[in-house]
Design a protein around this ligand. Structure first.
Ligand code: AMP
Length: 379
């Protein structure tokens, strides 16, 4: 199989959301063609791709037909089954490999992988039954968060438990599924490291990015993170180890808590470009999507040097549309503010519709600018 995939070739993307869209935009700029597969039509990725295929992710015949039409395959949606990744891998290179997807798409497997290799993780227990949940709640310190092991993101399938007696209710709420139980971490910051590993093991990263969540969904990212340099370096080092331990090719994101006593705990791994890295589009010479493309195609990784001292990103959820079309003109009148919209037709509450980025001379300035831009959207 061709190790290096040159411009002119076709990139296959499983999944068709905003991550695929931003990858496709970079790919098309660099002269690649892009095909995307998902169950949807007129999707964020489909709108900017050369070909949009509508099929279910478990339709292996459709996945094989799709794979035959591309030169390399990647995914932007980590809940694609490993059967689908394996079926495609018989026909084309799949990067990152299905094995990385397998580990990171299920929290219990991911936690086990990290804990077995000595990474610092949040204290946790696994539960496959109500009895195990009760035992687990006794093992970790309360309050705790119960998270479904599979198919969770953006706080979906997460419930806080303050008393052991709440176990029954939460087991019902999560639908009697395998879960992990984590102590609630007393953190001062949440940070992420977006890093890439090339086909030949080359490493690149964007340093530590600071993340502020609202209702378990990312609300704001600020780069570089306002934490001591030593901690940021340690986080980068841990992300590098994760890439090596997974034998990974592509971009991934490792999310961390910085505890009140100044330690790093790995929260989770996303095997793809990440929401907190969207600011790299406007702030860095090579953004996370071009980096993903380069890694997946076997090209040299690009420099991650930044154009600006600091950047901040604010997510735009469907809620911004509650009062009608947001006031784009007012927000864009602010210097240093950039708008990214994902082409989603329906603005539902909680749905990621786009983001704003602000670049500035300092993190505090970038953060207030992007907050102000988002505030101005409300008429
Ligand atoms: P996750 O989907 O696991 O990344 O969780 C989404 C967000 O919920 C995190 O970024 C935190 O803001 C919060 N969260 C998740 N797990 C914990 C925990 N063990 N302690 C404190 N906050 C948490």
């Amino acid at each position: 199989m061709n190790r290096i995939v040159l411009p002119g070739a076709t990139i296959g993307v499983l999944g068709s959301g905003q991550l695929g869209r931003m990858l496709a935009l970079e790919a098309r700029r660099m002269g690649y063609r892009v095909h995307t597969l998902s169950p949807g039509v007129d999707t964020p990725t489909g709108q900017v791709a050369d070909l949009e295929v509508s099929a279910e992710y478990d339709d292996l015949e459709a996945i094989r037909a799709f794979a035959r039409g591309v030169d390399v395959m990647t995914f932007e949606f980590e809940n694609v089954s490993t059967d689908a990744a394996d079926a495609a891998a018989e026909l084309v290179p799949v990067r990152p490999a299905g094995s990385a997807l397998h580990i990171t798409q299920q929290r219990a497997r991911e936690k086990g992988f990290l804990a077995d290799r000595g990474y610092p993780v949040t204290p946790f227990a696994k539960a496959q039954s109500l009895d195990e949940l009760a035992v687990g709640l006794g093992l970790v310190s309360l309050p705790a968060i119960v998270k479904t092991a599979a198919f969770g993101y953006d706080g979906k399938g997460q419930h806080r438990v303050d008393r052991i007696e709440d176990g029954d209710r939460v087991w019902g709420l999560i639908g009697h599924q395998e879960a992990i139980i984590e102590s609630v971490v007393d953190f001062t910051h949440e940070i992420s490291v977006i890093a890439a590993r090339g086909l030949d093991g080359e490493f690149a990263h964007y340093g530590a990015i600071e993340n502020i969540h609202h209702n378990h969904i990312l609300d704001l990212s600020v780069s570089p993170a306002r934490i001591p340099q030593g901690l940021a370096d340690e986080a980068v080092h841990l992300a590098h180890r994760v890439l090596e331990d997974l034998g990974y090719v592509g971009v991934l994101c490792v999310e961390f808590f910085v505890t009140r006593d100044g330690r790093l705990l790995v929260n989770e791994i996303a095997p793809r470009p990440h929401n907190s890295g969207h600011l790299t589009i406007d702030a860095h010479v090579t953004c996370q999507f071009e980096q993903q493309l380069r890694a997946v195609c076997g090209l040299p990784l690009g420099t991650t040097a930044s154009h600006v001292p600091a950047a901040a990103m604010a997510n735009l959820l469907g809620d911004e549309w509650a009062g009608g079309e947001p006031d784009w003109v007012a927000a864009l009148a602010l210097p240093g503010v950039k708008l990214h919209l994902y082409g989603k037709v329906e603005a539902r509450p909680g749905r990621k519709m786009g983001h704003l980025t602000a670049t500035a001379a300092s993190q505090d300035e970038a953060e207030s600018l992007v907050r102000e831009a988002r505030r101005l959207l409300a008429r």
